[in-house]
Design a protein around this ligand. Structure first.
Ligand code: SAH
Length: 345
């Protein structure tokens, strides 16, 4: 069955025209979908005969809240949603002065195998459909009552490994008749699936591309990120530069600070060169400890020294503020915990 929430208004219009319905019905249907209905029968101003016709081929689903944790420290909310097939993904809502940001998952699990990340431990189960990613945003907003103004694709999964569905999600969430969230308020984070960069640049979406760099040299990066094998940092930098030149959008490098692994002076100096070459902004991320991982977060002293080297080299750098420290708000942690307790599949 196809999901109606994966369809854009003009696609719904086309479908209804084929069914011999007037145009205004499409707007009605789209409105209902945006209000968060969980079944086609809830569209009370749509004639029963049409609902029956739609139900024979289409469906609508409302994900169930399996878990909800609210941080006592900063109000960050972490949701664990149950999808139609019993799988579960996480979404985080963070409140900043400038508005509320939602961090969405794009896959159930992940096949990239980064050594510091909880999301990849059980491998990839499946990709999320466009409607499922949209529903993370929609139902986080409806449940929390917090209007969402920004989206980061930094939850479970690798967005560029689910390219078509992610692009469709972006079109849906950006649509003026839908949630109408501007592309400039959206960041897509990738571990560096370089073969997809040109394809993304072609679309010329005005979103921010965040690259999880985490090491500026192949030796270190290949140790912690299998995605570096067969690609390499040089190639990644060339792809980043081309992306920047084509779209005019400044790239952001994410860099988790891991004690003794990627936080030395050597790394800071090479990272400075890389960032200058691409014109990238560097976002340093204090690592969240993952139980299964052998890595430890860098000390505050090391982070400070690292920042100073970058700044002295003229690089634009920020250190990410840690939110939701008490709700396991880091990528894949809550899903992992529930799996271990045999509470979800
Ligand atoms: N697959 C994409 C998006 C999901 S991960 C990517 O790799 O970018 C989102 C971000 O969280 C990435 O920068 C990732 O490296 C980071 N991350 C993963 N595990 C982490 C941890 N234990 N502590 C801090 N950040 C982590």
């Amino acid at each position: 069955m196809k999901n109606l929430r994966s369809m854009l208004p003009d696609e719904i219009e086309q479908l209804l025209t084929e069914l011999g319905e007037p145009k205004y019905r499409a707007k009605q249907v789209f409105k209902w979908l945006g209000r968060g209905i969980g079944s086609i029968d809830e569209m009370s101003d749509i004639p029963k005969a049409l609902r029956e016709k739609l139900k024979s081929e289409y469906t609508v689903y409302k994900p169930k809240v399996l878990g909800k944790q609210v941080s006592k420290i900063d109000g960050t909310i972490k949701y664990l949603w149950e999808l139609y097939d019993g799988n579960a993904v996480e979404t985080v809502v963070m409140s900043y002065k400038h508005g509320n940001t939602v961090c969405v998952s794009t896959q159930v699990g992940c096949r990239q195998g980064c050594a510091f990340c909880a999301s990849t431990i059980g491998g990839l189960v499946r990709c999320l459909e466009p409607n499922e990613i949209l529903e993370e945003v929609m139902f986080s907003q409806l449940d929390s009552g917090k209007p969402i103004s920004n989206i980061v694709l930094m939850g479970i999964g690798e967005p560029l490994d689910n390219f078509d569905n992610v692009v469709k999600f972006l079109e849906l969430v950006n649509h003026p008749d839908g949630m109408n969230i501007g592309m400039r308020h959206i960041s897509l984070s990738t571990c560096g699936i370089t073969e997809k960069f040109d394809k993304l640049a072609e679309l010329n979406l005005q979103l921010t591309l965040s690259v999880s760099l985490h090491a500026p040299d192949d030796e270190t990066r290949s140790k912690i990120m299998p995605a570096n094998h067969g690609r390499g940092v040089d190639e990644l930098m060339e792809c980043c530069r081309r992306y920047y030149e084509k779209t005019g959008r400044r790239i952001s490098f994410e860099y988790i600070m891991i004690d003794g692994v990627n936080d030395t002076q050597y790394h800071a100096e090479l990272l400075s060169k890389r960032a200058r070459y691409v014109g990238a902004h560097v976002n340093l991320i204090p690592m969240n400890h993952v139980e299964e991982s052998r890595f430890q977060p860098s000390t505050q002293g090391h982070i400070k020294a690292f920042v100073k080297i970058l700044e002295d080299n003229g690089v634009n750098v920020t250190v990410r503020r840690k939110l939701g420290g008490d709700v396991e708000a880091s990528c894949g942690q809550l899903r992992r915990k529930m799996q271990k307790g045999n509470r979800i599949k």
